[in-house]
Design a binder for this molecule. Structure first.
Ligand SMILES: [Zn+2]
Length: 114
């Protein structure tokens, strides 16, 4: 399952931080999740709860901030929101589009008790 692998790698980061800063308890984890990652927030939250059991993150709140998918046209530099994965510039109909937002998947912020 996609979400389980994500939570697994998140906890590797969290564990490293816990050791580094001798964190006693994690209260809140704020995540930035781009639309391109096709992550289901409900599933991600459920996986997080399972992983957090018997760790310093048990009972921590997981806040997921979704980042919409944005593209930039290579032809006319127009920046636009991409819906339904339709990678075409609405201005000049060019299909050479760079993704400028929506691929994010990282911990933005941890609220902890030292
Ligand atoms: Zn264009």
């Amino acid at each position: 399952m996609h979400e389980m692998a994500i939570v697994d790698s998140l906890f590797q980061i969290i564990d490293a931080k816990v050791k580094e800063h001798q964190i006693k308890k994690i209260l809140k984890v704020k995540l930035k999740v781009g639309e391109m990652t096709v992550v289901e927030p409900m599933t991600l939250t459920a996986c997080f709860k399972v992983y957090a059991q018997n760790t310093v993150a048990e009972g921590a709140e997981l806040v997921i901030e979704r980042v919409p998918l944005m593209g930039k046209c290579r032809e006319c530099n127009h920046v636009f929101g991409i819906s339904n994965f339709n990678f075409q510039c609405p201005q000049c109909e060019n299909r050479a589009v760079d993704i400028v937002a929506g691929r994010e998947l990282y911990i933005e912020n941890l609220e902890v008790e030292m």
